[in-house]
Design a protein around this ligand. Structure first.
Ligand code: ADP
Ligand code: MG
Length: 915
């Protein structure tokens, strides 16, 4: 078998595809090793496959291999003669198969006349380089121990759950244990090839620490970095060992390429460059080793081992160190990911907070600055700005608004879609005087015009850079060969105008924030604005509908007043009784005037009423009302009052409180058509500061809380939200006025108290009125006679007239008095109910159906009949209230008249009823 069959230099071509970049030519600019010699701890043989593996070059110490101290005797000798047939045949097979690349040489061991050797072979430039290193007696036990240590070290790496620094620390400790070097560090390249010490482990008595130092990229020139990427290990047992020259067969140099050096790029015996050795001298380092850390095919960093004296880790230890370095390299991605995850999780948390703030805001501007603290602290920033058109909101430490606007204008002209970022803004944007606080900027554009944006600023970070060398200083060619830097002193190179770079994940979060703001917040706020406009519109329509209904009712009342007055005038004139006409004319005029003012009054509906607050004993008040409430509620509802001892006196208008409780009881009754339980309860209540903070309308203090609770239908939240609105009702036309709770609310407010609704659909409702505590005394005759004008009851009988329209009351009253009846008047259902509750004689109830205050005419009649069965009732209705009174299907003794009506038809109706 001959190598002639295979094209020469194929593996070499594969390795070094780009001629001009070849390490050896670049090394000419700053040689990283001395061509033509090797370190003395091994032997190098070079065999030429095209000459049947004849040795064409050898290090001067080649005689070690054959036990012959004579140097340079092997040139021209076939390799098989020196290393044996078997070894040579395998080597040729591997070479033919292209399996001897410099990155992964073939490693084996041989017993030779000169002793046992570790052998590494690889092909370079078509030549096979065979490196032989004498095995020391301790190498084998060392290798075993190293294998065990390696296992433990890898286990520790695997267990390291932290970020990159923690992982690196575990790795350097492991390498030091494996190899016995005095100092091991991991040195990481940044994107500009500057390096930084990420982790260091060293013996205690070596004070010089390289931890945290930065090193300029010029320390490791580009060609060296390229070589390190492919040749993964450099090893110098002793810095000052005298190199061994290489001798070449004269046929080595082809005529066309004279003086071709042997390319030692992948040789483990290669000497370090004089520059490098000078570094080591300056640092006090003698023995050293450095392993490349590759991550995703790139030179990511170096594992650097230093010793102050010569040091030789055994081949097994070196192999274990290489394995551990690889194990570390494999975990870089995960550790970076974990570190990123942690920072990212923190920012996502902030993002979530921000979104929550934004969701609560009621406008876009408010939303953007709602979480201003959070916005500014995102990405570990100290300052940010929110720009909306010409308005700038500065958050934290940020440049002045005018400069932010200038920057914004410039950003508009920049490329990129949704984001802009820079960690060296001064270099891109002219006249930027704010490098100190804003060397870095990250901007997200919130609209296509880029008039709205959020900017984050990052300060300059020169103080972070502790250079271990001068990055500006080139390695100068000296008179003889190379003049290495003479000092390795540290000094700070101030890098002006640089901020910490923006990480990819930070850009991702900024992008998702942008997305959230533009797609979610702005859109949904716009949508909410739209919807609430629609809602306002529909509420307006509903209110208009209610007002129209109410107006029709009131107008009919007033028309009744006018038409009725005219009727009466006509009657009186016909009878010749002209003396009292003024009164009816006045009534008619008043009705007409009031009709004119009606729209105004309704629209300006206000909760103001004249109150007469006095110290009130709520226990007594509730007890006195119990019977009335029971009657109003009807037999299907169990009424219970729970009065507490020691109840404070409260300050309120007792009459209005009665009305309020009656209103609430009526609502409770309406909510329990199939019966249930109604509880009225009064307790002392202290509203403390914490409660007041939660309910911004509340003053902390002492109150009496009166609750009306039912086990009825309950209210959904949207009904609760509007229940206090005047005219808001869910009840059918004619049954609800929507004024009950509005009255309760107005009363509580005017009494310096509060009212709250607690309701659950299907469970029931509690309405609780808080009335302020009073220190005054309850007046003994508080209940008195009441405000009702009580006419005497003549023999013909007494009629109770209930209408909220005084003119109607007056007219009907006149007709009745004319007919010889006694008349009692009430202006709403609740007043009337109280009158009916008393013992006075009443033969007929004439009542309007739609009455204010929560109790309509029908309900009034029902309640009255529980106490006075068979009480005669005449409904006079000015409204489409048929449903309320049973759609014409009235009980016996009940009649109905529709307003407006003529006074004489009223008279005959009453007469027919009372006969
Ligand atoms: P109205 O009783 O005339 O409808 P209110 O102002 O008294 O007017 O009540 C407004 C609305 O609040 C009612 O229509 C009803 O929907 C609801 N509501 C009030 N009290 C209760 C209650 N105890 N249970 C269920 N819903 C109630
Ligand atoms: Mg009501």
């Amino acid at each position: 078998m001959t190598f002639q069959a295979r094209p020469r230099g194929l593996p070499a071509q594969k390795l070094l595809p780009s001629g001009p970049d070849r390490a050896d030519t670049l090394c000419a600019q700053e040689p990283i090793h001395i061509p033509g010699s090797i370190q003395p701890h091994g032997v190098l043989l070079v065999a030429d496959p095209s000459r049947a593996m004849a040795i064409v070059a050898a290090s001067q110490n080649a005689g070690l291999v054959s036990g012959d101290s004579q140097s340079n005797t092997l040139l021209g000798v076939p390799l098989a003669e020196v290393l044996g047939e078997e070894f040579t045949a395998t080597l040729m097979d591997l070479a033919a198969a292209g399996e001897l690349p410099g990155e992964t040489p073939w490693e084996t061991a041989l017993g030779l006349p000169g002793g046992a050797f570790e052998i590494m072979s690889h092909i370079q430039d078509g030549m096979v380089l065979i490196e032989l290193e004498p095995v020391a007696p301790t190498d084998e036990p060392d290798a075993l121990a190293a294998a065990r240590t390696l296992q433990r070290a890898i286990a520790r790496l695997r267990a390291s759950g932290g970020g990159l620094r923690e992982l690196a620390q575990v790795a350097v400790q492991g390498i030091r244990q494996l190899t016995g070097y005095e100092r091991v560090l991991i040195y990481r390249f940044d994107q500009d090839w500057h390096g930084q010490t990420l982790a260091e482990d060293k013996v205690d008595d070596w004070e010089q620490s390289l931890a945290g130092l930065h090193f300029p990229s010029s320390d490791i020139p580009a060609q060296a970095r390229e070589l390190y990427r492919r040749s993964l290990i450099r090893w110098v047992p002793s810095r000052d060992a005298v190199p061994v020259p290489l001798h070449k067969d004269p046929s080595w140099d082809l005529p066309e390429t004279p003086e071709r050096p042997i390319d030692l790029s992948f040789s483990r015996l290669r000497s370090l460059s004089p520059v490098h050795l000078q570094y080591h001298r300056n640092m006090g380092v003698d023995g050293s080793m450095s392993l490349s850390i590759l991550h995703e095919g790139q030179l990511w960093g170096l594992m650097v081992c230093h010793h102050r004296r010569p040091h030789r880790p055994s081949p097994g230890q070196r192999a274990a160190a290489a394995a551990l370095t690889d194990a570390f390299a494999l975990r870089i991605g995960g550790a970076v990911q974990r570190g990123v995850e942690q920072a990212r999780r923190a920012d996502l948390q902030r993002l979530a907070e921000l979104m929550a703030h934004m969701a609560e805001a009621d406008g876009v501007s408010a939303a953007l600055t709602a979480g201003s603290v959070t916005i500014a602290s995102l990405f570990g920033c100290m300052g940010a700005a929110v720009v909306r058109g010409d308005t700038v909101e500065l958050l934290g430490t940020a440049p002045p608004a005018k400069d932010v606007l200038r920057l914004t204008a410039w950003l508009c002209t920049q490329a990129g879609q949704d984001l802009f970022h820079s960690d060296h803004l001064g270099a891109e944007f002219q006249d930027w005087p704010h490098a100190g606080i804003a060397s870095g900027v990250l901007a997200v554009f919130l609209n296509a015009e880029r008039s709205d944006l959020i900017l984050w600023f990052r300060p300059e970070e020169p103080y972070l850079v502790n250079w271990g060398g001068n990055p500006g200083k080139a390695v100068e060619p000296g008179q003889t060969s190379i003049l290495p830097r003479l000092s390795f002193e540290r000094w700070v190179e101030e890098r002006h105008g640089y901020a910490r770079p923006w990480e990819d994940w930070e850009l991702e979060i900024a992008a998702s924030l942008r997305h959230a703001i533009t797609e979610v917040v702005i859109r949904s706020l716009t949508r909410i604005a739209e919807l609430s406009e629609r809602l306002r519109q529909s509420q307006k329509m509903e209110a208009v509908g209610q007002l129209t209904g109410g107006l029709a009712h009131d107008f009919n009342n007033l028309l009744t007043g006018i038409v009725g007055s005219l009727d009466l005038i006509r009657n009186r004139v016909a009878q010749g009784r002209v003396t009292e006409l003024d009164r009816y004319l006045g009534a008619a005029t008043a009705s007409a005037n009031r009709a004119a003012a009606l729209t105004h009054r309704l629209l300006a509906f206000s909760r103001r009423q004249t109150l007469d607050p006095k110290p009130t004993d709520v226990n007594r008040l509730v007890t006195s009302m119990e019977d009335l409430i029971r009657r109003t509620a009807g037999p299907a509802i169990h009424v219970e009052t729970v009065m507490s001892g020691g109840l404070w006196t409260t300050l309120c208008d007792a009459n209005q409180l009665e009305n309020a409780l009656l209103n609430l009881s009526i609502n409770a009754r309406d909510a329990m058509p199939d019966g249930g339980r109604l509880t009225i309860e009064a307790v002392n209540a202290r509203l403390d500061d914490a409660y007041a903070r939660k309910h911004h309308d509340v003053m902390p203090g002492q109150y009496v809380a009166v609750s009306v609770t039912d086990t009825g239908a309950g209210m959904p939240p949207e009904v609760v939200a509007r229940a206090f609105d005047p005219f808001f009702t869910t009840k059918p036309l004619g049954e609800g006025t929507g004024l009950g709770l509005s009255m309760v609310y107005g009363f509580a407010k005017q009494s310096n108290g509060y009212v709250r609704i607690y309701s659950e659909v299907g469970q029931g409702t509690t309405v609780r009125i808080y009335l302020p505590r009073s220190m005054g005394q309850v007046e003994p005759d508080q209940e008195g006679e009441g405000p009702f004008p009580l006419a005497a009851g003549p023999e013909g009988g007494t009629v109770l007239v209930v209408d909220d329209e005084p003119v109607v009351r007056m007219l009907v009253g006149e007709v009745l008095r004319d007919m010889g009846y006694g008349v009692v008047e009430a202006s709403d259902g609740i007043q009337a109910a109280k009158l009916l509750e008393g013992g006075r004689r009443i033969d007929l109830l004439v009542t309007d159906v739609g009455l204010p205050g929560g109790m309509n005419g029908r309900q009034l009649a029902d309640a009255a009949r529980t106490k006075r069965p068979g009480l005669k009732v005449l409904f006079i209705t000015g409204y489409a209230e048929n449903a309320a009174i049973g759609n014409g299907l009235l009980e016996p003794g009940m009649q109905v008249m529709t307003k407006p009506f003529a006074m004489d038809s009223l008279a005959s109706k009453i007469r027919s009823i009372l006969v």
